[in-house]
Design a protein around this ligand. Sequence first.
Ligand SMILES: [Zn+2]
Length: 251
Amino acid sequence: MSTPATTLTRTEPSVSTAVSKELRREVLEANLRIPRAGLATLTWGNVSGVDRQAGVFVIKPSGVAYEALTEEDLVVVSLTDGKVVEGHLRPSTDTETHRSLYLAFPSIGGVTHTHSTHAVAFAQARRPIPVLGTTHADTFNGPVPVTEALTPQQCATDYEYNTGQVIVDLLDRDDTRAREVPGALVAHHGPFTWGADATKSLEHAVICEAVAEMALHTITLGTVEPPQHLLDRHFTRKHGPDAYYGNPGAA
Ligand SMILES: [Zn+2]
């Protein structure tokens, strides 16, 4: 393609301008970690990351194999109306679910959805993942809750957006609750997790699957109610004003 030599004003390039290269890279990397973490079958699962200043989020395209995925394949979508802003592929079918979560919870910077086996088992049984020990309490300040099943009306129209809305309703649109329990199970479907950014949302998906697996084993053996003071101690040493876990700047 050539540009007319007489053109005095330059037109902006039509790709890769709506979001930073860093956000694209982070979202790509987080998506590639889904199969690496053993959370994906085929192409199931997707991660997005939001740029609230730009009013857009970046998400995996629909049905593209992880091994073939590139930064250029990612799709940029408007937060306001869900329209594609940039990208040559269709966005994930779950895009509207991500969008409804971003709109309801202002602290969310990234969203991950998977069909990881043990978390799905709880979702299909329509049971929350109970807090049975400190591994769970380190990240989730309470059970990972499960939604109601979607109604015929919610399935018939705007199904994907309503899938997010049942999570929003479950948490009473409470941003603090969303921060303290960064994930939920959609009944008969699977886990959606979120976090301050795309990377954190993916890590919460990994943890959600791990604690679901541990919980299933524990339930098989027979559960013993863990003491609340122990669980509180674990959550507060990692989160909130008195947190002291980890090292500043350490990866
Ligand atoms: Zn799904």
